[in-house]
Design a protein around this ligand. Structure first.
Ligand code: HEC
Ligand code: HEC
Ligand code: HEC
Ligand code: HEC
Ligand code: HEC
Ligand code: HEC
Ligand code: HEC
Ligand code: HEC
Ligand code: HEC
Length: 424
C-alpha cells in the first residue's frame, strides 16, 4: 500500500467517531428549507445550547443521524415536533431541573427555575390553560437562547424591561385582565431607569429585581418595604420602626414606600413631597395638625441646609477663582453634604428629634465653611489694597528716578556746553 492510503486507513475510525457525534441531519436539512422551517437552523449558531454541544434532537427528540425525514422525525424515536405552548416549561425543565445533568455542564447552575415558575402568576395561569402568559421562551427567546450575562440576551438587565413590556404594554393583550399597561412608560421616567440606562448602573432595579424573574408576582405578596429594602436597607430599617409602618401595611396590604414614592415611576424626591400643594403628606395630614407641622418643619430644615451649603459652596468657589487657598474648607463642605444625605435618611423615622442632629451638624459645617470663604475673600481684598499701595509706591519711585535721570542729563548737557571751545 502507498503511505497515503495507509494513513487514511489508520485514521478512518477517528473520522467515523467524529461523524457519529457531530452528524446533525436535522440542521443540515432544515438549513436548506425556507421560512419557519429554516429559521431555527439559521438562529442556533448563537444559542447557548449549541455552545454546550446540544442540538435540535435534544429538545425535539428524533434521530439526528438519519437523512430522510421519515427516519429522523420519527415519533417512535421520541420526536415531539413543535411542542405545545403549555408543554414548554416542562420541556426545558427536563434538563434545567435535573441537578445531576446540569452539574456536568456547570456545577453552580441553579435548578429551581421550573419550581419557581410554577409559583408565579404566569405559571399558575398557564397551568389553568391561559396561553397568553409568559413561558420560558417569551423571556429567553427560542433557538437563539443566550447566556443571561450576554448583553444581547433579552433577559440582560438593560433589555429586560422591553421584554416584559412586549406583553405588559400591549393594551389588547392585557385588556381582559383589567390591570394597568403603563408600567414600562412609568418606569422609563423613573430614577431607576435613569440610573440603569443612562448611567449604566447595573445595581439599579429592572422589572425582575422587584417582581422576581421565574417567580414573577406583585410584591404585595411579600411586602413592598422588604422589596425596596433589599437595596435601600437603611431607609427600610427606619421606616419599619416608624409610626407609619403598621398603618400603611394594614391600609393597603403592604403599601409601604410606594404610598409616598409610587412604584414604577419613582422620581427624584424633593421637599415638594413634604410641603406645598403637591405634598404627599397632606393627603392624610390636614394643615395645623401635628403631622403637617412636622412635615413643614422637615421641609424647612432640608431647604435651609441645602441652600446654606450651596451659599458656602459659591463663596468658596469665588475665593478659589481668585487663587485663594480654600481646599481644606471645600473638603469639609463634603461632610456638610453628607449630613444632608443623613437628614433625608433620618426623615424616614418621621421623628423630628432624629432628623435634627444631622441638620444641626450640617448647618455648623455650612457656617464654618462660609466663614472660611468669607475670610479668604476678605484677605484677598486686603492683599489687593496692599498691592495697589505698593504699585503706587513703585510708580512714584520710578517717577522720582526718571526725574532724577532727566536732571542729571540736563546737568551733563549744561556742563558739556560750558566746556565747549569759545567761538572765535
Ligand atoms: C431531510 C429533511 C429533514 C430532516 C433530516 C429533518 N427535518 Fe424536520 N422538517 C422537515 C420538513 C420538510 C418539515 C416540514 C416543514 C413544514 O411543514 O413547513 C419539518 C418540520 C419539523 C418541525 C416542525 C414540526 C411541527 O410540528 O410543526 C420540527 C420541530 C422539526 N422538523 C425538527 C426536526 C428535528 C429535531 C430533526 C432531526 C432529528 C429534523 N427535523 C430532521 C425536514 C427535515
Ligand atoms: C432548547 C430547546 C430547543 C432546541 C435546541 C431546538 N428547538 Fe426547535 N423549538 C423549541 C421550542 C420550545 C419550540 C416551540 C416554539 C414556539 O412555540 O414558538 C420549537 C419550535 C421549532 C420549530 C417550529 C417553528 C415554527 O415556527 O413553527 C421548528 C421547525 C424547530 N423548532 C426546529 C428546530 C431545529 C431544526 C433545531 C436545531 C437546529 C431546533 N429546533 C433546536 C425548542 C428547541
Ligand atoms: C418572566 C420572564 C422569565 C421566564 C418566564 C423565565 N425566565 Fe429564566 N430568567 C429570567 C431572567 C430575568 C433571568 C436572569 C437572572 C439574572 O440576571 O441573574 C433568568 C435566568 C435563567 C437561567 C440562568 C440561571 C438562573 O436561574 O439565574 C436559566 C437556566 C433560566 N432562566 C431558565 C428558565 C427556564 C427553564 C424557564 C421556564 C421554566 C424560565 N427560565 C422562565 C426571566 C425569565
Ligand atoms: C437537553 C437539555 C436542555 C434542555 C432541554 C434545555 N436546556 Fe437550557 N441549558 C442546558 C445546558 C447544558 C446549558 C448550559 C449550561 C451552561 O454552561 O451555562 C443550558 C443553558 C441555558 C441558559 C443559559 C444559562 C446561563 O447561565 O446563562 C438558558 C437561559 C437556558 N438554557 C434556557 C433554556 C430554555 C428556555 C429551555 C427550553 C426552551 C432550555 N434551556 C432547554 C440544557 C438544556
Ligand atoms: C408573553 C407575555 C408576557 C410576558 C413576556 C411577561 N408577562 Fe407578566 N403577565 C402576562 C399575563 C397575560 C399576565 C396575567 C395578568 C393577570 O393575571 O393579571 C401576567 C401577569 C404578571 C404579573 C401579575 C400581575 C397581577 O397583579 O396580576 C406580574 C407581576 C408580571 N406578569 C410581571 C412580569 C414581568 C416582571 C415580566 C418580565 C420579566 C413579565 N411579566 C413578562 C404576560 C406576560
Ligand atoms: C422598584 C420596584 C419595581 C420595579 C422596577 C417594577 N415594579 Fe412592577 N410593581 C412594583 C410594585 C411595588 C407593585 C405594586 C404591587 C402592589 O400593588 O402591591 C407593582 C405592580 C406591578 C404589576 C401589577 C399591575 C400594576 O401596575 O399594579 C405589574 C404587571 C408590574 N408591576 C409589572 C412590571 C413591569 C413590566 C416592570 C418593568 C417595566 C416593573 N413592574 C418594574 C414594583 C416594581
Ligand atoms: C435592586 C436594587 C433596588 C431596588 C429593589 C430599589 N431601588 Fe431605589 N435605587 C436603587 C439605585 C441603584 C438607585 C440610584 C441611586 C443613585 O442615584 O445613586 C435608586 C434610587 C432611588 C431613589 C432616588 C434617590 C436618589 O438618591 O437618587 C428613590 C426615591 C428610590 N430609589 C426608591 C425606591 C423604592 C421606593 C423602591 C421600592 C418600590 C426601590 N427604590 C427599589 C436601587 C434599588
Ligand atoms: C410618608 C412618606 C414616605 C415614605 C413612606 C417613604 N419615604 Fe422615602 N422619602 C420621603 C421624602 C419626603 C423624601 C425626601 C424629600 C427631599 O429630599 O426633600 C424621601 C427621600 C427618599 C430617598 C432619597 C434620599 C436622598 O438622599 O435623596 C430614598 C432613596 C427613599 N426616600 C427611599 C424610601 C424607601 C426605600 C422607603 C420605604 C422603606 C421610603 N422611602 C418610604 C417620603 C417617604
Ligand atoms: C396614607 C396616609 C399618610 C400619609 C401619606 C402620611 N401620613 Fe403621617 N401619619 C398617618 C397616620 C394615620 C398617622 C397616625 C396618627 C395618629 O396615630 O394619631 C401618622 C402619623 C404621623 C406622625 C406622628 C405624629 C402624629 O400625627 O401622630 C408624623 C410626624 C407624621 N405622620 C409625618 C408624616 C409626614 C412628614 C408625611 C409625608 C412625608 C406623612 N406623615 C405622610 C398617615 C399618613
Amino acid at each position: 500500500m502507498r503511505p497515503r492510503a495507509i494513513l487514511l486507513f489508520l485514521l478512518a475510525p477517528l473520522f467515523l467517531l467524529a461523524q457519529g457525534t457531530t452528524t446533525n441531519t436535522c440542521l443540515d436539512c432544515h438549513s436548506v428549507l425556507d421560512g419557519r422551517a429554516q429559521r431555527p437552523a439559521l438562529l442556533v449558531k448563537n444559542d447557548v445550547h449549541t455552545a454546550s454541544g446540544l442540538s435540535c434532537s435534544d429538545c425535539h427528540g428524533g434521530d439526528r443521524t438519519s437523512d430522510d425525514p421519515g427516519g429522523s422525525m420519527n415519533r417512535a424515536k421520541g420526536f415531539i415536533g413543535k411542542p405545545a405552548r403549555k408543554a414548554i416549561p416542562k420541556l426545558c425543565a427536563r434538563c434545567h431541573s435535573n441537578p445531576d445533568f446540569m452539574r456536568k455542564f456547570r456545577p453552580q447552575q441553579r435548578v429551581d427555575q421550573y419550581e419557581l415558575y410554577q409559583t408565579s402568576v404566569h405559571g399558575k395561569r398557564l397551568a389553568s390553560g391561559d396561553e397568553n402568559v409568559a413561558t420560558c421562551i417569551d423571556c429567553h427567546s427560542v433557538h437563539d437562547i443566550r447566556a443571561v450575562k450576554d448583553p444581547a440576551a433579552p433577559v440582560y438587565p438593560l433589555r429586560l424591561p422591553e421584554t416584559c413590556a412586549r406583553c405588559h404594554s400591549d393594551r389588547q393583550k392585557m385588556a381582559k385582565y383589567g390591570i394597568p399597561t403603563n408600567q414600562f412608560d412609568e418606569y422609563r421616567n423613573s430614577v431607576h431607569w435613569n440610573a440603569l440606562k443612562i448611567r449604566g448602573d447595573l445595581s439599579a432595579p429592572n422589572c425582575a429585581s422587584c417582581h422576581g424573574n421565574h417567580g414573577a408576582k406583585p410584591p404585595r405578596v411579600e411586602s413592598v418595604a422588604a422589596v425596596c429594602g433589599s437595596c435601600h436597607v437603611l431607609f427600610a430599617q427606619l421606616y419599619q420602626k416608624s409610626v407609619h409602618e403598621p398603618i400603611f401595611s394594614a391600609a393597603s396590604g403592604g403599601g409601604g414606600c410606594i404610598v409616598c414614592h409610587s412604584n414604577h415611576g419613582i422620581r427624584q424626591p424633593t421637599t415638594a413631597m413634604l410641603d406645598g400643594p403637591k405634598a404627599v403628606c397632606s393627603q392624610c395630614h390636614d394643615p395645623g395638625t401635628p403631622g403637617a407641622n412636622v412635615a413643614a418643619q422637615m421641609a424647612k430644615w432640608i431647604d435651609g441646609l441645602d441652600s446654606a451649603l450651596k451659599h458656602s459652596e459659591s463663596v468658596l468657589a469665588r475665593a478659589d477663582k481668585y487663587g485663594m487657598e480654600v481646599s481644606e474648607a471645600q473638603v469639609r463642605l463634603g461632610d456638610g453634604r453628607e449630613n444632608l444625605v443623613k437628614a433625608r435618611l433620618a426623615l424616614h423615622s418621621f421623628e423630628p428629634g432624629q432628623m435634627k442632629k444631622p441638620i444641626e451638624a450640617g448647618m455648623a459645617i455650612a457656617n464654618e465653611t462660609l466663614r472660611a470663604g468669607q475670610d479668604a475673600l476678605h484677605e484677598k481684598d486686603v492683599r489687593r489694597i496692599g498691592l495697589a499701595v505698593s504699585v503706587i509706591f513703585i510708580g512714584i519711585t520710578i517717577l522720582a528716578i526718571w526725574v532724577l535721570i532727566r536732571r542729571i542729563e540736563a546737568n551733563d548737557a549744561y556742563r558739556s556746553g560750558a566746556n565747549a571751545p569759545a567761538p572765535k
